[in-house]
Design a binder for this molecule. Sequence first.
Ligand code: GLC
Length: 615
Amino acid sequence: MIKQTTFLKILVLVGIVQLLISCNSTEPVIKHVSVQGKSVDAIVELMTLEEKVGQMTQAERRYLIDEKDIKDLHLGSLLSGGGSTPETNTPSSWADMLDRFQGLAAESRLGIPLMYGIDAVHGHNNVVGATIFPHNVALGATGNPDLVQEIAHITAKEVRATGINWTFDPCVANSRDERWGRAYESYGEDPTLIAALGSAQVAGYQGASLNSQDAIAACTKHYIGDGAPTWSTGENGKIDRGDARISEAELRALHLPPYQAAIEAGTATIMASYNSWNGTKLHGHKYLMTDLLKGELGFQGFIISDWAGIDEIPGDYKSDIIQSINAGVDMVMVPGDTSKGGSTYREFISKLIQAVNEGSIEMSRIDDAVTRILNVKENMGLLDAPYSNDRALLPTVGSPEHRAVARRAVRESIVMLKNENTLPLSKDLSTVVVAGRGADNVGMQCGGWTISWQGGMGDITSGTTILDGVQASVSPSTQVIHSADGSQASSADAVIVVVGEAPYAEMHGDDEDLALSQEDMAVLNTVIETGKPMVVVLLSGRPMIVTELLKDTDAFLAAWWLGTEGNGIADVIFGDYAPTGKLSVTWPTDMSQIPINVGDDDYSPLFPVGYGLSY
Ligand code: GLC
């Protein structure tokens, strides 16, 4: 039996040892300073250079070397690139991940919450089960700013439900060349239409007040001239990220109006573009980013770089940093994917601090960038109180109400290019055959930027296919046959053939041949041989070369990449909705016409901007 006094002595000894250990621990004892209630200027005054540079740094969640860097390096932002999802891709696991990241940010000395950015560009498209809407080229065909604003508001709700507070959208590219792999991210060729829809999207994302529970910061992109490059000046001699060889007058007339409108709508952020303008990379272009955008147009938010966008400026990484920051970039997206030789956010931070200490970048430029970033965070309500996500919006993700709006958007975006007394089909036909690789394919309906960066074919997320829509539309007595190769077409009263493009994104979609695939043509020819009434539905990111095919087609619907609600097409095919879509892009007769845009001298396309038939 140990005497009580000895036991007490041991307790005291243990306490002294623990005290000694805590005094010698390597973990610095952080003296927290609350920013709540302080003005942005007062906060900037408080900040060390390391904290300022940390706020200017955006890292990618996959490439965090240590999650504690969020706290220790005072990171201002994180992102999920396309397809960068938590282990289990469910809305609640996203919310868990965001709570963890924000918790680490709260442990830093100032505890400034993160802005977390994601490409929610046609719904919360990285998240399985989210509502996916038509891409911009389809929204352009609706010409409906109110619908676009409603879509953006729904997207904001589904994004906030997962704890995320920033989308890299709207893309207000004016795509001048259908061969560009990002043509579908453009609302069309008319800068006035682009300005109307882009600013409506900003209003929908940001709402009446950016600190509302269902608002997210917008990021209008890619400034400026992303849709203007000349073929062969881009990646691998194609067009993406190429050189926009146009006059300043054309740049201002065709590509600037959407930014003027977005700034008037209060866009919180703007993303710099990968392309060059007459040989100079936009990420290093002081005249365009500082003098024009921040000076002449009075943009008060902040400019973020694109994914390792500063790395593409000629020169070494440190000179890239100096040139881009001095040109007007305020936050740098430093994914840190070293597998492709990219620099890490740790390297970025140390080189930026070096550049400031050696005088290559003035502290006034740093303070301007940090002030812009903190002004946005203040408007978002991030400086008022510690981050919290009450998850009240989680049940709205992919809800029937949201999907009903997406279905309405599908109906309004379809452009009927031909109809020889065929549509609308009767709901009482004896037999309808649905053929083609797109007939029962949610992935093909959604296109790029869906669940993964490039998107993918097949059942990649929940939704209704065109086949589902046909089956739900016809009368009980009608037989619907799914014949992917069209081999059962001869038994049909009418055949619906769904063809088009497999999903792609960015440079992976650059293509100098916009003909239908051999696989699609095989199915179409099989059906044409039967002589049955044939309705073609084209699922694509852009116009394709269909001039010859049209001669053998009774009806033709351009349905674009329409998202998860394929039943919206059946509403048009069976007459529940008369098509109203009008082309916002020129439809070329053949490849030799491309690039072709409304306003060209010898403008003689297969279908002009504004074309679209109805019942
Ligand atoms: C991409 C795109 C840009 C996107 C960013 C983050 O490369 O150019 O549109 O927002 O990286 O994913």
